[in-house]
Design a protein around this ligand. Structure first.
Ligand code: SAH
Length: 219
């Protein structure tokens, strides 16, 4: 058995012990080659259960958090899911293995170009990408049965709640502090939106607006 293979098995066992019981989620983490999503400098840590730095000062999430959020979305092979914050593309690739169709939005076009090359390398064809501001969601494709935000929002974007279909789930880290945020699941029911806190997490911020406006501010 290769070194990587042994590390992978250890990681999957750790996820199981940590409460990831959905076998489709565990199977997806086993099959998505995390080594193609990390920076070459961190290749030796690709199968460790930790977040790692990627380009543009962003991070690829910790496998446990990817698995936990994916499980919390209750996906089936018929679900249409929206992700905000493509980053390395790793979470999107995991979603693509579990759901029917994945829509993913990233504000940095360089990150998206790299992620798209990885999706092509994996031969994933059920992923749709968009460069833009995820605060606004993807109204043309709404409603979604599941929405996942992989950056911390100071408050829940109303547009994302609006784009949830009946029975739909939104999983999002919420909080103003950069140290710790609360992972929250919102569900749209016949009686309105139900909110459930899930876990303390730490994510890079969800930045409102397009990249262009930020460049202008810096100049
Ligand atoms: N899901 C990613 C984690 C990415 S980190 C992975 O598996 O690697 C969060 C990402 O959210 C960053 O790439 C950041 O650029 C992006 N982001 C932050 N604010 C955003 C916004 N308003 N719209 C779209 N993407 C945003």
């Amino acid at each position: 058995m290769s070194h990587d293979e042994a590390r992978k098995i250890r990681l999957i066992m750790g996820l199981r012990r940590g409460g990831i019981t959905d076998s489709r989620v565990l199977g997806a983490l086993e099959r998505v080659p995390r080594e193609i999503f990390v920076d070459p400098a961190f290749l030796d840590q690709a199968w460790e259960d930790r977040a790692l730095p990627i380009a543009q000062g962003q991070t690829i999430s910790q496998p446990f958090v990817v698995a936990f959020m994916t499980q919390a979305l209750h996906l089936t092979d018929r679900t249409k899911v929206l992700e905000i914050g493509t980053g390395s593309g790793y979470q999107a690739a995991v979603l693509a293995k579990v759901a029917r169709r994945v829509y993913t939005i990233e504000r940095h076009k360089e990150l998206m170009a790299t992620a798209e090359a990885r999706f092509a390398k994996m031969g994933l064809h059920n992923l749709h990408t968009r460069i833009g501001d995820g605060w606004r969601g993807w109204p043309e494709q709404a409603p979604f049965e599941a929405i996942i935000v992989t950056a911390a929002a100071s408050e829940v974007p109303q547009a994302l709640l609006d784009q949830l279909g009946e029975g739909g789930r939104l999983v999002i880290p919420v909080g103003r502090s950069s140290d710790v945020q609360k992972l929250v699941r919102y569900r749209r029911t016949a009686d309105g939106i139900v909110e459930e806190p899930l876990l303390d997490v730490r994510f890079v911020p969800l930045v409102p607006g397009e990249v262009k406006s930020e460049a202008r501010r810096k100049a």
